[in-house]
Design a protein around this ligand. Structure first.
Ligand code: AMP
Length: 430
């Protein structure tokens, strides 16, 4: 999928009310933002708009709140199911308690914490008490050039995730131009990520522009050899990505739990390793496709194995791709690390998504660390999908050495799959 979308620089924003969808879904612990990367990432677009004299209206979601700004507070499906499983006499009290908890979201998942953080970063922001309600409308109407307003959490309305046209229209009515800069939610067709573009001229911000430029170029016209590294738990989560990348890469490196489904498909024993029995045929198909396309398909040649899926499980290295009965593979071994690192060292472009083992646990993190180092040292154009691989790269201090660390895990996977992202497709073409 190639996108050539208009950006904030391609539209006259001076004096206009500009609605910007940001990704302010930051992690918060005990009332403190523990990682402000997403806020920092949004600043370039905001600062540009302020400098241009736009009247800036920011919006975002945070977490998974209840629909606290709707006339009637509803419980989500999961909560409803839980309550329905209780004895009849306990259901009323449980429902009341759940609704009470929902009301607390107003403070717990308010974007006030983001407004305060932006102010600390030199962008003074007024917070609206609602999203499309009277406070947002009044504050948006009163905005002066260069001022910034932040709307409340868009997911306080159930209509946001339903992409309800009335909600999108009401949101759009606050502004004259829409800017999407939330790559992390660009694969979702929600009111504030896509629906609103039906009513306003829509362009991308700098963050989305960089995501589509770097990843689009890698997929369409990569510097070769093009090496993709895919890891993580399941083949089933990455089928689309593997399928699409096989068409484009020179080498496909597989690690993590998904390697064992490929091994089983090839007739190797995998012990108690993660294995998706219902995906064996598919794994065979993918192997055959790689062979037919001349793709160098690399699987681990040695493994770190343990008897239990536990952080402190006793482990050992086996110099084999076969896992003994009663053991499970939890990381790639040293020989594999060397083999993979060599292949990465010669790459022109590297795309990496998913850890090589259970990287959350120190004893099974060395494969992921080795791959992170190899990518950092490679000098290749390096693109890191979000999630665990991005976290590993950041923790190890390699972030500056990567060409691009995607700000969206799910969105970057769908991009690599070649799928259309609704939050980008809805923007104006150049
Ligand atoms: P994903 O979200 O698909 O990228 O998967 C990431 C998860 O895969 C992490 O939580 C890892 O702990 C897990 N994982 C990676 N390798 C293995 C493995 N060999 N066995 C079990 N889980 C694994």
């Amino acid at each position: 999928m190639t996108y050539n979308k208009k950006s904030v620089e391609d539209i006259d924003v001076a004096g206009k009310k500009v609605l910007v969808r940001c990704d302010f879904n930051v992690p918060v612990k005990d009332g403190v933002i523990t990682d402000d990367k997403r806020i920092v990432g949004a600043m370039k677009t905001i600062q540009y708009l302020v400098a241009q004299g736009a009247k800036v209206i920011l919006c975002s979601h945070m977490g998974r709140p209840h629909n606290v700004l709707d006339a009637e507070l509803k419980l989500d499906k999961k909560e409803k199911k839980k309550i329905e499983a209780l004895p009849a006499e306990e259901q009323e009290a449980a429902k009341a308690a759940a609704l009470e908890k929902g009301k607390k979201d107003i403070t717990k998942l308010s974007l006030k914490i983001v407004a305060d953080d932006l102010a600390k970063k030199g962008i003074p922001v007024t917070l609206a008490a609602d999203v499309i309600g009277p406070d947002a409308q009044a504050k948006a109407a009163a905005l002066k050039e260069g001022e910034v307003l932040l709307l409340e959490n868009v997911r306080f309305h159930a209509a946001e995730e339903k992409n309800d046209p009335e909600f999108a229209k009401a949101l759009a009515s606050l502004a004259e131009i829409y800017v999407n800069d939330a790559f992390g939610t660009a694969h979702r067709a929600h009111g504030s990520t896509a629906g609103v573009a039906d009513y306003l001229p829509a362009v991308c911000g700098y963050l989305i522009q960089k995501e589509i430029d770097v990843m689009g170029k890698a997929l369409d016209d990569p510097q070769r050899p093009f090496v993709a590294i895919l890891g993580g738990a399941k083949v089933s989560d990455k089928i689309g990505v593997i399928n699409n990348l096989i068409e484009k890469v020179d080498t496909l490196i597989i690690g993590g739990g998904m390697a064992y489904t490929f091994f089983r498909a090839m007739g190797c024993s995998t012990g108690t390793s993660l294995c998706e029995e219902d995906k064996l045929d598919l794994a065979r198909e993918l192997l055959a496709k790689a062979r037919a396309k001349g793709v160098n398909f690399l699987l681990p040649v040695d493994n770190i194995i343990a008897r239990e899926y536990k952080e402190d499980a006793t482990f050992m290295r086996i110099y084999s791709d076969s896992i003994p009965d009663g053991w499970m593979g939890l990381d790639i071994g040293e020989k594999t690390q060397e083999l993979y690192s060599k292949s990465i060292a010669g790459a022109g472009t590297v795309v990496w998504n998913g850890p090589m083992g259970v990287s959350e646990w120190e004893n099974f993190a060395s494969g992921t660390k080795a791959v992170a180092k190899a990518v950092a040292d490679s000098g290749a154009i390096s693109i890191i999908g979000g999630g665990d691989s991005a976290a590993a790269v950041e923790q190890l201090g390699y972030a500056d050495k990567m060409t691009h660390i995607s700000t969206g895990g799910g969105a970057s996977l769908e991009f690599l799959e070649g799928l259309e992202l609704p939050g980008i497709a809805c923007l104006l073409d150049k």
